[in-house]
Write a protein that binds this ligand. Structure first.
Ligand code: GTP
Ligand code: MG
Length: 197
C-alpha cells in the first residue's frame, strides 16, 4: 500500500469524544516507551506526525490520524508507566480500555512488544485481557534493529508459547524497526488486505 496522505485529525480524552469517521480503524498500544508513536511515523513515512520521546509517558491522549482518506491510525498512551501517580494511571487505563472495548470502528489493535526483553507479565496480561474482551489483535515486536534475528525469533517463539495457553489460534506477528523500516511493508499490506485494497 502506498501512503498518499497522513493527517492528524484530533485528540480525545475518552472514546465518547472520538468522532464517528465511518472508516476502519487500527490502533497501536503497548508499554510506555515501546515505540508506538515512532512506529506510526515509520508506517506513514513522516518523521514527526506523532510526537515521540526518549522518556516514557509522552503520549497521554487518544490521537487519531487519517490515512489516505480511507482508514484511521490511532496512537494510544502506553500502559505500565510506573512514574505516574496512581490516579493518573487509573485514568489512563480507563481511557485505553474504554477505547479498546467500545470503539465500534476498531478493526485491529497492534500490541507492541519490545524485542529485547523475554515475555513480560504486563504484556502477557494485557494480551489475555484483550482476548477475554474479544478485541482483535496482532503482535508487533519493536526495535528489531537492537537485536539479532535469532534473538528476535526466540523471543517471539517464547511469547507465542505463553499466549498459546489461552489462545487457540496464534495472532499475526510482525517484527519491526522504526529505525530501519523493517516490517513496515508487511503491516501496511496486512491493513490493506483487511480493508480490501
Ligand atoms: P509513550 O508515548 O511514552 O508511551 O512511548 P511510545 O511507545 O510512543 O514510544 P516512542 O515512539 O516515543 O519511542 C520511545 C523511544 O524509543 C524513543 O527514544 C525512540 O527513538 C525509541 N525507538 C522507537 N522505536 C525504535 C526502533 O525501532 N529502534 C530504535 N533503536 N529505537 C526506537
Ligand atoms: Mg507515544
Amino acid at each position: 500500500m502506498q501512503i498518499k496522505s497522513a493527517e492528524f485529525i484530533t485528540s480525545c480524552t475518552h472514546v465518547s469524544g472520538c468522532p464517528e469517521l465511518n472508516q476502519p480503524e487500527f490502533a497501536l498500544i503497548g508499554r510506555s516507551n515501546v515505540g508506538k508513536s515512532s512506529l506510526l511515523n515509520a508506517l506513514v513515512g513522516r518523521n514527526s506526525l506523532a510526537k515521540t520521546s526518549s522518556t516514557p509517558g509522552r503520549t497521554q491522549l487518544i490521537n487519531l490520524f487519517a490515512i489516505n482518506n480511507r482508514w484511521t491510525l490511532v496512537d494510544l498512551p502506553g500502559y505500565g508507566f510506573a512514574k505516574l501517580s496512581k490516579q493518573s494511571r487509573v485514568l489512563l487505563e480507563k481511557m485505553i480500555s474504554g477505547y479498546l472495548t467500545k470503539r465500534t470502528s476498531l478493526s485491529r489493535v497492534f500490541v507492541l512488544i519490545d524485542s529485547r526483553h523475554p515475555p513480560q507479565t504486563i504484556d502477557l496480561e494485557f494480551v489475555e485481557w484483550l482476548m477475554g474482551n474479544g478485541v482483535p489483535m496482532a503482535l508487533v515486536f519493536t526495535k528489531s534493529d537492537k537485536v539479532s534475528p535469532t534473538f528476535l525469533r526466540n523471543n517471539v517463539a517464547a511469547f507465542l508459547a505463553r499466549v498459546a495457553e489461552w489462545c487457540p489460534e496464534p495472532p499475526p506477528v510482525f517484527g519491526t524497526s522504526a529505525k530501519t523500516g523493517e516490517g513496515r511493508k508487511e503491516i501496511l499490506a496486512f491493513i490493506g488486505q483487511m480493508i480490501g485494497i
